[in-house]
Ligand binder design. Structure first.
Ligand code: DGP
Length: 112
């Protein structure tokens, strides 16, 4: 499968790693949109939130235990935002499930 994030997880494309365990890989976004901009991805290929189901829900639940650990390690005590873009209307550019962690400044209240 020709997937950019699968290649990053496999180490075929370099990345700035923030966190890794058996299930999850997290790295800094190459085009940061906030002082802290991290992508948290499952190592198993899941296309997007739209492909979450009973079989892979444990992976997603694990991701959401890792996100606050990363946020705490990054010093995002004032808060942050989690975004997952889905499909064309959601402007998803990489078709591998990922959650953006954005923080380190007061974010816009415009989400649309
Ligand atoms: P999205 O638009 O939600 O699919 O987000 C994809 C993100 O991936 C986007 O913010 C830019 C980031 N990105 C794209 N290519 C690379 C890359 O080669 N390395 C890293 N670290 N991030 C990338």
């Amino acid at each position: 499968m020709d997937c950019l994030f699968c290649k990053i997880i496999a180490g075929e494309i370099p990345s700035n790693k923030v966190y890794e365990d058996e299930v999850v890989y997290a790295f800094r976004d190459i085009y940061p949109q906030a002082p802290t901009h991290i992508l948290v991805v499952p190592k198993a290929h899941i296309g997007s939130v739209h492909e979450i189901n009973e079989e892979n829900a444990d992976t997603v639940a694990h991701i959401f235990t890792v996100i606050p650990k990363i946020a705490k390690a990054e010093g995002l005590a004032n808060g942050y935002r989690i975004i997952s873009n889905i499909g064309k209307d959601g402007c998803q550019s990489v078709k591998h499930l990922h959650f953006h962690i954005l923080g380190g400044k007061q974010l816009s209240d415009n989400m649309g």
